[in-house]
Design a protein around this ligand. Structure first.
Ligand code: ATP
Length: 253
């Protein structure tokens, strides 16, 4: 496969914040038409990895290629191919969802107004479109960033804990939209702590612990290798938390 056909290729990525190494020598690929789930305990380095792919981390080494190009070499090429859900920056708090979406639509050159309206309706945001983002509930803020990420139908979605705060209806709709997205040959990388979503929709899973990839593969690969029946068991074994949890619980007996 040619480099420009690979949605994401992370190579030897290392991220440091001062003395602390948040991510160390991380390499993985996201393939066309596939969903990759990035798992890991709090502080494992998931958000830092997503930020580095977008060029938002200062001290990093290694490379992350989006359809063959590193964001540091060609930011416009990369950003035009990615839809992003990160924690919404405070900067946008004074805008309404309507203004924020207009802003994103203008940068991303989205002229399919019908798609924006469909997304707004799908997530039930109509009645909040003129409310300042700062006054929205956590779930409605999250839905606003999701609509902004999906509106230009970018071939790669990078989503940091995208299901946070969403109600059950919105989780279901969002999962189906993600599946539609990959059926058309697009790709998704997302981080999450919600294991049943990962089991249901991910083609490949990577488990980070202390900044290192401790396991990765398809659910079947991981089940076989770690002899776990479900992802919770696999995750706890891969991060060696199974024994730790047992000893913590013994202290309560
Ligand atoms: P969570 O599941 O809690 O969101 P995560 O896997 O996304 O965690 P990161 O946010 O990438 O983890 O953090 C990885 C490590 O880097 C943590 O130890 C964190 O404290 C540290 N870190 C992250 N951002 C910064 C920063 N801007 N300055 C200093 N340290 C940071």
């Amino acid at each position: 496969m040619r480099d420009e056909d690979i949605p994401l290729s992370v190579r030897n990525l290392t991220i440091r914040y001062g003395e602390r190494t948040a991510v160390e020598d991380l390499s993985f690929d996201v393939h066309p038409g596939k969903i990759y789930g990035l798992l890991g305990p709090n502080g494992a380095g998931k958000t830092s990895t997503l930020k580095a792919i977008l060029g938002l981390v200062e001290k990093s080494s290694g490379r992350a290629f989006v359809y063959g190009k590193d964001v540091r070499d060609d930011p416009v090429y990369v950003k035009n191919r990615i839809g992003v859900v990160l924690e919404s920056p405070v900067l946008f708090d004074s805008l309404t969802p309507n203004e924020f979406m207009e802003f994103v639509a203008s940068i991303r050159k989205v002229d399919n107004r019908g798609r924006i309206e469909h997304l707004v309706n799908a997530f039930g945001l109509q009645e909040y479109m003129e409310t300042p983002i700062a006054s929205l509930s956590m779930g409605n803020r999250q839905k606003t960033t999701i609509v902004a990420a999906l509106m230009s139908e970018p071939p790669l979605l990078l989503l940091d804990e995208p299901f946070n705060g969403l109600d059950i209806r919105s989780v279901k709709i969002f999962k189906e939209l993600i599946l539609n997205h990959v059926r058309r040959g697009n790709s998704v990388l997302f981080s999450t702590h919600i294991l049943d979503v990962v089991e249901k929709i991910c083609d490949e899973v990577g488990i980070l612990n202390n900044g290192r990839m401790v396991e990765h593969g398809t659910m079947d690969d991981l089940r076989k290798r770690l002899e776990g029946s479900d992802l919770e068991e696999i995750f706890l074994k891969a991060t060696k938390m199974d024994e730790e949890i047992e000893s913590i619980l013994r202290a309560f007996e």
